[in-house]
Design a protein around this ligand. Structure first.
Ligand code: FRU
Length: 595
């Protein structure tokens, strides 16, 4: 430790005395002042206008610490890859939430302390402070046009999704301070059509109980005493001596989910397990009680409660059932009704697992059975594993609470933990799948969950076009043996095959474009089709292909990174129609673009 400090002091002393004491930074007019200190610590005094301090990021740099201090009191601390040699992109440090009034009234008390970043690093010269929320946004070629993405920063699991008063609310695992996993917050977006999403900023930020891991929201019924929406989430707290402690907390919202107040009695549920997370509470009308399912290692635990605050353990599910190649995460549990007069009624337990997926890494398995409010009973043999989507980029699937018309509408995170941090985007990472609606179907004595694109996708279907575009839907009527090749002028291609004899559908992305960022990326994925397929629906959006059997018996989601869009399609033994999509860009995070 001593040695490291001495070495850094040498670095500081290579600056002139004036530089070392007061280094003016930014674009020359910014007026912030950086005071370098020993041991790679610098104190930034922001100027008195501009709520955003733009932090320059270099993804290869190790993490430094950025702290906001007001009047000597630490307000927040985040891990940030502050640029040492070159700036890849900027992230915003919004100073306003830490100040009770205008910045000008606080400049005397406000400091931003940067630790573990050498004082000569480029970030100190390139830092900028202004009021421009769109500062230095990069127009990225792989930003999807109709899939939800964060405006800046990293995203993984969809969280806390619910529908209320005509608005679909989507929260998500979010790092506002870089495009790699870390500093987990809940970001928030809303939509009235499940296609165009509006950025609502941060809904939950880390606190003393830890960073904000995945969880869910419920919408008010008589049994919630406070708030019209209640969020339940995992707080993951690193301990000073290694390891993380995970506990379950709740927060209340009185404005439909825009802002939350954390419950002062948190945490509401603790355990000694290391992996104990991703709570999914729901009102169970059959027993007029709240139920909760959460993931604990390689099993799911079920609880009950009258008030969402005190929870009684009921049972566990999972030992010896399904796939156990990795940790069980992000559960969901709900009843699906199908058929004439909704005669078929089954409970479905969603279990995301990482690793252990059919093609490596993360994937979503599910179990069909019955649930009596206390115990889930799977109706299949333990050795049977059912996957919700047979692509490689479909994870953390959970459903919207309170969706209208008894719909069970879900979103998945469109990536895979094997390479999610390496995919070739810059200022943002990851998108969610299109919304899908779930149902049930039967094949050879087993009940499966069907997956179809939500009806909102039909509402944006536009005019027929001749060739594929970067964002389109393709309908293909297939015969027994069909082959579909999407390609571009660079010779990059994706080949899909439907084999009606074997009853399989495959997608080969080994030559799809940039596959170099991870050995785990190039692959061929294969799905059972559970009988004959007549029509396929493909959704293409710059860096993703989602393939569905129109009847819902097969879904496959894969990322692709072509150097230019696939504008050519060839189909053997089938007939295709390409549709453009009618997208408006005035309210959407994904399509309001950039400079
Ligand atoms: C799943 C997961 C969750 C956890 C979250 C952390 O992708 O590992 O289990 O809550 O991500 O970001």
């Amino acid at each position: 430790m001593m040695k490291r400090c001495l070495m850094t002091m040498v670095a500081v002393m290579t600056l002139t005395v004036a530089e070392a004491q007061r280094l003016r930074v930014g674009d020359g007019t910014s007026g912030m002042v950086v005071t370098p200190q020993a041991c790679e610590q610098s104190i930034v005094t922001p100027k008195d206008t501009g709520r955003y301090l733009w932090l320059p990021i270099e993804e290869k740099a190790p993490e430094g610490k950025v702290q906001v201090i007001v009047g000597g009191i630490l307000q927040m601390e985040q891990n940030v890859r502050m640029a040492r040699e070159k700036v890849d992109y900027y992230v915003a440090l919004d100073l306003q939430p830490y100040l009770s009034g205008k910045i000008a009234e606080h400049t005397n008390a406000l400091r931003v302390c940067v630790q573990n970043v050498p004082t000569g690093s480029v970030c100190f010269k390139e830092m900028v402070q202004n009021d421009d929320a769109d500062f230095a946004l990069i127009d990225e070629k792989y930003r999807p046009m109709y899939h939800h993405t964060p405006k800046r920063g990293w995203m993984n699991d969809p969280n806390g999704m619910f529908y209320k008063d005509g608005v679909w609310n989507l929260y998500y695992q979010y790092n506002p301070y870089g495009s790699m996993w870390g500093n987990m917050h809940w970001g928030h977006s809303t939509s009235t059509d499940l296609i165009h999403w509006k950025d609502e900023g941060v809904a939950l930020a880390p606190d003393v109980w830890g960073t904000m891991f995945s969880g869910s929201c419920v919408v008010r019924t008589q049994s919630i005493q406070n708030g019209d929406v209640v969020a339940m989430y995992t707080a993951s707290r690193p301990t000073p001596f290694g390891g993380d402690v995970q506990s379950q907390c709740i927060a209340f919202s009185n404005d439909g989910g825009k802002t939350f107040t954390k419950y002062e009695g948190n945490p509401v549920l603790t355990a000694e397990d290391k992996d104990f997370r991703d709570p999914r509470p729901f009102w169970n009308e059959d027993i007029k009680t709240w139920n909760l399912i959460l993931a604990a290692g390689q099993e799911m635990r079920i609880y009950s409660s009258k008030d969402l605050k005190s929870w009684k353990y009921e049972s566990s599910f999972g030992k010896e059932y399904g796939n156990h190649g990795g940790v069980w995460e992000c559960p969901d549990l709900f009843e699906l009704r199908n058929g004439e007069n909704e005669k078929m009624r089954k409970w479905v337990l969603i279990c995301n697992i990482n690793p252990g997926g059919p093609f490596g890494g993360s994937a979503t398995q599910y179990f069909v059975g019955q649930f009596d409010g206390h115990k889930f009973t799977c109706e299949s043999k333990p050795e049977i594993t059912k996957w919700l989507d047979y692509g490689k980029d479909h994870y953390a699937t959970v459903s919207f609470y309170n969706a209208p018309d008894n719909r069970r509408t879900v979103l998945a995170w469109m990536s895979n933990w094997q390479y999610a941090n390496q995919v070739p985007t810059k200022q943002f990472r990851s998108a969610n799948s299109i919304a899908r609606d779930l149902g049930l179907f039967e094949c050879k004595g087993e009940t499966y969950v069907s997956v179809v694109p939500s009806k909102e996708m039909l509402a944006v279907r536009g005019a027929k076009v001749k060739q594929p575009t970067e964002a389109c839907e393709i309908i293909i009527d297939v015969k027994k043996q069909a082959e579909i090749v999407l390609s571009n002028a660079k010779g990059e291609q994706v080949t899909m095959k439907y084999d009606g004899l074997k009853q399989t559908f495959t997608m080969d992305r080994t030559k799809s474009g940039d596959v170099s960022f991870s050995d785990a990326f190039p692959c061929v994925t294969e799905a059972p089709t559970y009988g004959t397929i007549k029509q396929l629906r493909l959704f293409i959006d710059r860096c993703s292909i989602e393939a569905f059997d129109a009847d819902g018996k097969m879904a496959m989601t894969n990322l692709v990174f072509p150097s230019e869009p696939y504008n050519n399609i060839k189909v053997k033994n089938g007939k295709f129609t390409v549709y453009g999509l009618q997208l408006t860009d005035n309210m959407s995070v994904n399509s309001v673009q950039t400079k």
